[in-house]
Design a protein. Structure first.
Length: 126
């Protein structure tokens, strides 16, 4: 059981590293470490595949929410090749205007193959 739990937690930890990477080169490396080559990311605002497009979505989020940090909202829960977890986008003042829930599938190599994201809380007027 713990081997699988570590697998999910490690994949999700790399996912958060990618979302929190601010510099272009750091972001490129973090996305490559987190996602499979043909990995995808889908949420209500985006539907992309491949490292370049995924990095572009993350960079756009940083432009829209400068200074914010993406952090887990609790434990990672997983079975088979699938894990789920909640997250918040936290501002420098500690507020978290954006929160959501993601479901990921993890490949044999431990990298993410797919992300299905859901937004639970978004700022009004955004």
């Amino acid at each position: 059981m713990s081997v699988h739990t570590d697998r999910y937690e490690n994949a999700v930890a790399r996912y958060f590293e990618a979302w929190n990477a601010a510099e272009p080169e750091e972001l490129r490396k973090a996305v490559a470490a987190a996602w499979a080559e043909d990995g995808s990311y889908t949420d209500p605002l985006a539907d992309v595949a491949g490292h370049e497009q995924i990095a572009a979505v993350i960079a756009a989020a940083h432009e829209q929410f400068p200074g914010f940090v993406f952090r887990p909202g609790g434990a990672v829960d997983g079975h088979h090749d699938t894990a789920r977890f909640s997250w918040e986008l936290v501002a420098e003042d500690g507020s978290a205007p954006v929160a959501g829930f993601d479901v990921v599938t993890v490949g044999e190599d431990g990298r993410i193959r797919t992300v299905l994201g859901f937004l639970d809380r978004v700022p009004t007027g955004a």
